[in-house]
Design a binder for this molecule. Structure first.
Ligand SMILES: Nc1ncnc2c1ncn2[C@@H]1O[C@H](COP(=O)(O)OP(=O)(O)OP(=O)(O)O)[C@@H](O)[C@H]1O
Ligand SMILES: [Mg+2]
Length: 130
């Protein structure tokens, strides 16, 4: 599970778009602002892209029934995870984005052994590529 936080317009949806392109998704990637969730089938994987911006409190998340989507067989990416309060399980990876002039700044933190392994591999790949 991946959490994306950061102010309005900081690039969360854009990051998901890039990720899905990289995974081979050729179609459109809509912001789930109104639908709350968009499903992408990537190979045999169900990838759910959520946006909880419209939830006013954690109770609304509870009522949404989305909890069952968060299972080991699905990949979940969540924009505005803080709107679900502490009801969401900790993510494997949390990315915080911030506007920095024309560009964006990102902070990555791992919160599970799988997330840690992924981050470590990415850092190794990044340092051997540069
Ligand atoms: N890395 C980037 N560099 C420059 N511009 C960016 C970058 N990422 C996103 N943008 C621009 O910022 C705007 C907002 O991006 P995006 O919709 O992805 O933000 P968001 O964080 O999902 O916002 P929201 O909280 O409303 O869902 C878009 O116009 C997009 O083109
Ligand atoms: Mg968005």
């Amino acid at each position: 599970m991946l959490h994306l936080s950061g102010e309005l317009g900081s690039g969360k949806t854009t990051l998901v778009r890039g990720l899905l392109r990289e995974l081979g998704h050729l179609g459109r990637v809509k912001s789930p602002t109104y639908t709350l969730v968009e499903l992408y089938v990537v190979s045999r994987l169900n990838l759910y892209h959520f946006d909880f911006y419209r939830f006013k409190d954690r109770g609304e998340w509870q009522d949404s029934g989305f909890r069952e989507y968060f299972n080991p067989h699905a990949a979940c990416i969540v924009e505005w995870p803080e709107r679900a309060g502490d009801l969401l399980a900790p993510p494997d990876l949390a990315v915080r984005l911030a506007i920095d002039g024309e560009g964006r700044r990102a902070w990555l933190s791992a919160a599970s052994p799988a997330g840690e392994a992924w981050l470590l591999r990415s850092l190794q790949r990044f340092s051997s590529a540069s």
